[in-house]
Design a protein around this ligand. Structure first.
Ligand SMILES: [Zn+2]
Length: 286
């Protein structure tokens, strides 16, 4: 599916002027493995033409999935209403556990978001490069896992900036969204943050349970489409749980996307310094 790469790049930093004819010319529609007439009939049936943002985001996801599965999409894939969720992993990377998690996610065609600790970046550059190459999102979890609620302002800036510099060295330029350690940040400190901030909407307390089956059960009981699930790739039991969660929810029709993709799919433009539990739910700061 070589010919789809330019359109993926195009859609990723998409331009709102991109028109339907371009999509056809760039080989996007043929790559779905269906006739253009069928595609547009479906698109119209869904009212997609009225919400271009959502369409482009959805197309991007479909293309990426098609590349991973190495098979074109069928009509059934498109008609079945997709359910999306974002798995997020804090406190890594950690050589033994994160590597195994990446293997499992790749096997399953699932994407995730990793909020990494700056201190652990220099010795895990290859893992980070792999995350980026395999379509995961990388975020900032501060340099030394500080409580941003109480840290003084200089320390807040320093903790975030140092991590950004290390991440840029490891994987190149990017917008590294912040997950404040413990999910805690006050409104005054949040004004110093130049990226969106991501909380979570499902927390199975994997760090406390340290038990695969209990973590899986807690997530399956709570999860709804559009949720942001909090886990820690630091624990082997959490890696096992994450892979089983993917297996179980994929059977229920879920697709796992990055947090950034979840915002695009829901057509929400994330704002810097705002803490989101999920794209459609802002968390009030203290
Ligand atoms: Zn943490």
């Amino acid at each position: 599916m070589e010919h789809t790469r330019p359109i993926i790049a195009l859609l990723y930093d998409y331009d709102k002027t991109l028109c339907t004819q371009d999509m056809q010319n760039y080989g996007f529609i043929p790559s779905l493995g269906m006739a253009p007439e069928d595609f547009w009939r479906l698109a119209n049936a869904f009212g997609w033409h009225e919400k271009m943002d959502g369409i482009l985001a959805y197309m991007y996801i479909m293309l990426r999935e098609a590349e991973r599965r190495d098979r074109p999409f069928t009509r059934e894939d498109l008609v079945e209403a997709p359910k999306y969720a974002a798995l997020t992993f804090d406190d890594g990377p950690r050589a033994d556990t994160t590597g195994r998690l990446l293997d499992g996610l790749l096997e399953r065609g699932a994407a995730a978001t990793f909020f990494v600790i700056g201190e652990q970046v220099p010795c895990n550059k290859e893992l980070l490069q792999r995350m980026k190459a395999e379509g995961h999102q990388i975020g900032n979890h501060t340099y030394s896992h500080v409580r941003l609620l109480k840290a003084d302002k200089d320390a807040v800036v320093e903790e975030i900036h140092k991590t950004e510099v290390l991440l840029t060295e490891a994987v190149g330029e990017g917008s590294f969204w912040l997950r404040p350690p413990y999910g805690l940040i006050g409104s005054e400190r949040s004004e110093l943050i130049r990226t969106p901030m991501i909380y979570w909407s499902v927390d199975p307390q994997d760090w406390k349970l340290l038990n695969k089956d209990k973590v899986v059960a807690a997530v399956l009981e709570a999860v709804q489409p559009g949720d942001v699930i909090l886990l820690h790739d630091f624990y082997s039991t959490s890696v096992d749980a994450a892979l089983e969660i993917v297996d179980r929810l994929q059977k229920e029709g879920y697709d796992f996307v990055t947090v950034e993709e979840l915002f695009r799919i829901q057509g929400v433009e994330p704002q810097q310094g705002t803490l989101y539990a999920r794209p459609d739910r802002v968390r009030t700061l203290s």
